[in-house]
Design a protein around this ligand. Structure first.
Ligand code: UFG
Length: 327
């Protein structure tokens, strides 16, 4: 019997890609998801335990049933704009879920955790490239809740010996290169799927959120990482923990930033279509520039993103054209 890994949020975008990679690596990925933002039909690679992390009794039963060797924790609300409008929701759900999960792990004797954090913990940093030692100054409740969970993990590590690899993602994009799974949020807020929606006519146009930023073309700059590359780092992170290498924090970014306009241009090149665009105002909670300046994941974990922006868009486009959004 394959060793089980609990994947919270395994029915979501990044979590479902983790399940596929875990299965390929010989593990049994057990999805724990309450389907608040996930999709039952994305659970294709292992068993499904439907429930919310706030339900401690359910969580304890799941740990007892599967005896996982590790947890990958993706489950969280992650819409930056929503977190600005409704911060209490983010503090309640993300924090309570993580606290219960860590309690359940320590009671069950499960010591290894791979945690999905975010570059949003850094916030605005005056255009500097961000590395793992950059100060954390989140400017929205989403980033603040992830920073708080990082600290919470430190407390559990000291108290119960839990060891964690914390990954701070930059902007994740793309889809499974085999187009089995991909990105789908309702409502959709992410740039790449929205650009593709505008191309395919599912939306009338893409609104660019702000053209007056202090960047070369006036639009925000982000560091995009292909979801398949990102998940390769998670398997390496699991290996790292199981080899006894202990707590670590890694940025997962490419070190290359693209503006919103550059993403639009890349999508036009990949699809051969024009993106209808509206120039709108800034979206509250957005930072001007978020780009990783760290080689730590490469130096210590042996991870480097291999796929460029055009490949992310090509894979997302293939998934989009399969019509998976007709959920
Ligand atoms: N953007 C637009 N128009 C849109 C949607 C987005 O111009 O319709 C712009 C945003 O202003 C931003 C960029 O495209 O500059 C990327 O926006 P996304 O919503 O795709 O991604 P975010 O950078 O806001 O958020 C993502 C993840 C978060 C993570 C964050 C870190 O969704 O989980 O990166 O910044 F925390």
């Amino acid at each position: 019997m394959a060793e089980a890994v609990l994947v919270t949020g395994g029915a979501g975008y990044i979590g479902s890609h983790a399940c596929k990679a875990l299965k390929a690596a010989g593990y049994l990925p057990v999805t724990c998801d309450d389907l608040t933002t996930g999709w039952a039909d994305a659970v294709k690679f292992g068993p499904f335990e439907q429930g919310a992390l706030e339900n401690r009794a359910w969580l304890d039963a799941v740990f007892a049933r599967w005896q996982p060797v590790a947890v990958m924790h993706f489950a969280a609300l992650s819409d930056v704009g929503q977190s600005v409008r409704d911060p209490g929701l983010y503090w309640r759900r993300n924090i309570a879920g993580a606290a219960n999960l860590l309690d359940a792990m320590s009671v069950a004797g499960c010591r290894h955790l791979v945690f999905s954090s975010t570059c949003a913990v850094y916030g605005e940093q005056d255009g500097v490239l961000l590395d793992e030692t950059s100060p954390r100054r989140p400017i929205n409740a989403y980033g603040a809740s992830k920073a708080a969970i990082e600290d919470m993990i430190g407390n559990f590590s000291a108290a119960c010996g839990i060891e964690a690899v914390i990954f701070r993602y930059f902007n994740v994009a793309g889809a499974d290169p085999e187009a089995e799974i991909g990105e789908f949020h309702r409502p959709e807020t992410h740039l790449v799927p929205l650009v593709l929606d505008a191309i395919s006519g599912r939306r009338p146009a893409l609104t660019i959120f702000g053209t007056d930023y202090d960047t070369p073309d006036g639009t925000c700059i982000r560091d995009y990482v292909h979801v398949a590359d990102l998940i390769e780092a998670h398997i390496s992170g699991l290996d790292w923990l199981r080899a006894g290498r202990g707590n670590a924090v890694f940025n997962l970014g490419s070190g290359r930033g693209y503006s919103v306009r550059e993403v639009i241009e890349a999508a036009e090149k990949v699809t051969g279509e024009t993106v209808p665009v509206i120039e709108g105002s800034r979206r509250p909670g957005d930072c001007t520039r978020l780009v990783s300046g760290s080689r730590k994941a490469e130096d210590e974990l042996g991870w480097r993103p291999r796929r460029l922006l055009e490949e992310m868009i090509a894979d997302a486009w293939r998934w989009h054209q399969r019509g998976a959004y007709r959920r």
